[in-house]
Design a protein. Structure first.
Lengths: 666, 186
């Protein structure tokens, strides 16, 4: 009897419970507030923040997604950039890469602006990027946008040949814990940890730590002998994002890092033997802190303001550099009468340099600081709404080095059908001289020439009246999605350069037993480059995706009389490059991904020839469970080793290598 | 609750313990913490609001006033719609149906395809062929692909894009109030 009662009461209880739950949901204050709002309060009447569809952009833009970075097995940003047609990526030692767009891939390559979440990582010291100081948690990168061609009005000076924008995910998109460990034959180990949480319904954060150590490359032509270029990094950082109901967004982030890199350097002297190979373990460190505020002014306008402070310190044999930069930027975006999208902004940047030289590299003007004031405006006018757009804009800068710079640009985009875009652009762009081009006294080389009694010491001297390099660029592009599963993107460019930096030969004079031969940095180069980039994407089947890319760069550069040559031959940059990439989803949660690259030879004057090479990278991954993934990656599978870039004193050989990775998300 | 339980019977120690666990278990699961993301709540609110601003073709008016919302989406979206259904039960009867594996259901008043839906989406052409079904999505470019209404997330709000000519052809009638606040009307 009791048992039956028990059973009935249980049934009664359960029925009572379920019925009750059905009619009274647990209160949700946020949801109730949303439901109480009038529909107009939840709507925007115009899309003011011009987040253009990629297929509508009037520039040669290529996007590397988070999935691409993972499936190509990239463990660093430069490695992920190899896939982009129009970029030349070459690894020249274990911790060094040269990345350039549309030619000009000298080690001091300086015509590409690189940003991480809006923070410039381009150093004003030598006008390039120390890629080994740009470490990010690749898992939390949302995408890398690469624009080949002048960054035009929006990016200003130093975005001459292109812009690379590394964008990380918002904190709300990186919630929970992520742990990963990678072990490898050359990249010995890489440990990553990230935790994302929320302070309240509107405030999200993440913290991360990353630590890795990579081994040496080997020396070309030295029978397998190891180079001295191993390196390691330890880095930690955070990010906080707030989205308040009053349409304000705040982002606050920071990173700090330390590490070492082994260095082999050829130090020049004026006495025999004239150059000594020295080695040292160098210390690197740095950090940054950034804040950004985005505010919706109205349905048709929003503004954003950003400020950051960045510092890096690199201690190498011939010089020590410690640079602190402060950058403040403001931008306002307004949609006027539905057909005009107007963007304008202003910015200020201040670089404090602290450069210490050595006997062979002197910085005559110590602690010179550098500031840039800039403003820009741009309007995109819809001549025919949704079909024909004309953009006109310009960036204006005043910098403490070259004074006023103006960079106007105009673009036209035509969509004859919803699946095609044809665009064209003409832009003027400049590259402002770097600190060392202005402030330098470096012993480049001491040589003995038969017939001349004294050794000749070639000194490279900075020039404080150096002008900016100038580029006028003409571009044309065509994008089409002929069928749902295929998309093609093509662009062609013609660039006319003037005032390219090279050296002006001075008058030799006797000094302390040597013949001092000064070469003063000057703007003696000019000429044209042209080329073409194409990429195709094909979803062959729902589980198989193919991507192919091809690029061509031709150079026709000259120098004024009495000035030193640039690397002007066609072979100074790889003329032809192509890549084919395959993503294949297999049963049992397996992924098999392969990328094949072809890079044509490089022949630079006075340096070793780098032959053409094919490179195959492969990855096999297994999603063991929803949060756990294991993968093995093989790099350079086709050859035991190859060189990618001629470097002094040592050209490094990049070897075939393997990695094994396990990651855990919860 | 507790009171009812005590009145019914007086169980022994063991059974009381078992029941207690059962009881707690039930309560814990029937009243979950509502942790869904805001965007799904806003989308669900829009779908609910559309019922007031759009008139369905006469022969497809809800039978006995029940409006059927069929959704290809994730748990969060379904939970948000379910919340509205239970909250607004006095004002309007809703039937929320979650469609899996690209299955096509007939007699849906609204069909919503979420861009976060991880399964195979049914071909748009088949959905457009269903009479009296309003096809809405937040997939970018949905209107270009032939959809009826597209929602675009813009910060804390959404932009509505309406293919009014398609809606008229299909027998729907959109209130001018909605057309006025829409970001794009074709």
């Amino acid at each position: 009897m009791i048992r039956r009662l028990l059973f009935l009461s249980l049934v009664f209880l359960s029925l009572y419970n379920s019925g009750h739950a059905e009619t009274v949901p647990a209160p949700d204050k946020e949801f109730d507030q949303i439901l109480s709002m009038d529909i107009s309060e939840l709507t925007v009447t115009s899309v003011s923040k011009k987040e253009e569809k990629l297929s509508d952009a009037a520039s040669a833009i290529y996007v590397i997604t988070n999935e691409d970075i993972k499936r190509m097995g990239s463990t660093s940003i430069p490695e992920a950039l190899r896939i982009v047609p129009g970029l030349q990526v070459a690894q020249f030692n274990s911790h060094g890469w040269t990345v350039s767009a549309r030619g000009f891939n000298s080690g001091l390559n300086n015509k590409l602006l690189v940003l991480i979440d809006g923070r410039s990582v381009y150093t004003p010291v030598y006008a390039g990027v120390y890629w080994d100081d740009q470490i990010v948690m690749l898992e939390d990168v949302d995408r890398i946008e690469v624009i080949r061609g002048p960054g035009a009005s929006l990016y200003g000076a130093n975005a001459m040949n292109g812009v690379i924008n590394i964008i990380t995910k918002k904190s709300s998109e990186t919630q929970g814990t992520y742990l990963a460990e990678t072990l490898g034959t050359i990249e010995y180990h890489n440990t990553e940890a990230r935790y994302g949480g929320k302070v309240d319904d509107d405030t999200f954060y993440r913290v991360y730590a990353k630590e890795f150590a990579d081994g040496d490359t080997r020396i070309q032509g030295a029978g397998g002998q190891h180079n001295f270029d191993a390196w390691n990094r330890q880095q930690t950082g955070f990010r906080v994002d707030t989205e308040k109901k009053a349409d304000d967004n705040f982002t606050f982030s920071g990173d700090i890092y330390t590490g070492n890199h082994d260095e082999f350097s050829q130090v020049q002297t004026t006495a025999a033997p004239f150059s000594i190979l020295q080695s040292r373990v160098d210390e690197d460190s740095g950090g940054n802190i950034l804040g950004r505020w985005t505010h919706r002014v109205s349905d048709s306008s929003n503004t954003s303001m950003q400020m950051y402070v960045d510092n890096y310190d690199r201690d190498e044999i011939i010089a020590k550099q410690n640079i602190t930069s402060l950058d403040i930027d403001f931008q306002n975006n307004i949609t006027v009468n539905d057909r005009n999208n107007f963007v304008w902004g202003a910015g200020f940047r201040y670089d404090v340099e602290n450069l210490t030289g050595s006997s062979s590299l002197v910085f005559p003007n110590t602690n010179k600081n550098y500031d840039v004031l800039s403003a820009f405006l741009q309007n995109e006018y819809a001549i025919i709404p949704n079909q024909l757009f004309w953009t006109l804009g310009s960036k204006f800068e005043f910098n403490s080095f070259t004074g006023y710079e103006i960079e106007p640009s105009t673009r036209l985009a035509w969509k004859p059908a919803s699946n095609q875009t044809l665009w064209g652009a003409v832009s003027r762009s400049v590259r402002v001289p770097s600190m060392i081009e202005e402030n330098l006294d470096s012993l480049a080389q001491t040589v003995t020439v038969p017939g001349i009694p004294q050794p000749i010491a070639v000194h490279l001297l900075g020039n404080s009246s150096l002008n900016s390099e100038e580029l006028i660029s003409y571009e044309l592009g065509y994008r089409i999605e002929p069928i749902k599963t295929v998309s093609l993107d093509n662009s062609v460019f013609f660039n006319h350069y003037d005032r390219l930096v090279n050296g002006q030969m001075g008058t030799p004079f006797s000094s302390g037993g040597v013949l001092d031969f000064p070469v003063i940095i000057a703007n003696g180069g000019y000429g044209d480059t042209w080329g073409f980039e194409t990429s195709a994407n094909w979803h062959v089947t729902p589980v198989w995706q193919l991507t192919a890319g091809y690029s061509l760069v031709k150079l026709d550069l000259h120098v004024d009389n009495g000035t030193t040559s640039l690397d002007t031959t066609n072979e100074a940059a790889p003329q032809n490059q192509f890549s084919i990439r395959s993503y294949l989803d297999l049963p049992h949660n397996l992924q098999f991904d392969n990328t094949l690259y072809y890079v044509e030879r490089i022949a630079m004057s006075g340096a070793a020839d780098i032959p053409s090479y094919f490179r195959l990278d492969s990855r096999l991954a297994w999603k063991i469970s929803p949060g756990v993934e294991a993968s093995v990656i093989g790099r350079n599978l086709l050859e035991h080793s190859h060189a990618e870039y001629p470097e002094t004193p040592i050209t490094a050989m990049i070897d075939r290598s393997f990695l094994a990775k396990i990651s855990y998300k919860f | 609750m507790q009171k009812n339980y005590k009145i019914i019977f007086n169980p022994g120690m063991l059974t009381r313990r078992c029941l207690a666990l059962f009881y707690i278990g039930f309560f814990c699961c029937s009243a979950p913490a509502f942790a869904e993301e805001r965007v799904y709540k806003v989308e669900a609110a829009f779908l609910y609001n559309f019922l007031d601003y759009i008139t369905w073709p006469p022969k497809n008016e809800g039978n006995s006033g029940v409006f059927s919302i069929c959704v290809y989406g994730n748990d969060s979206l379904y939970n948000s719609l379910d919340y509205i259904k239970r909250k607004k039960i006095e004002e309007r009867k809703l039937d929320i149906r979650r469609l899996e594996n690209g299955k096509i259901a007939s007699r849906c008043h609204i069909i919503f395809i979420s861009k976060d839906y991880s399964g195979p989406a049914p071909p748009l052409q088949s959905l457009l062929g269903l009479e009296g079904a309003l096809i809405i999505s937040d997939i970018p470019g949905f209107l270009d692909k032939g959809g009826m209404i597209e929602l675009t997330e813009e910060g804390q709000r959404m932009a509505i894009s309406i293919n009014n000519s398609l809606l008229s052809e299909s027998g729907f009638s959109v209130s001018s109030r909605l057309l006025n606040i829409a970001a794009k009307v074709e």
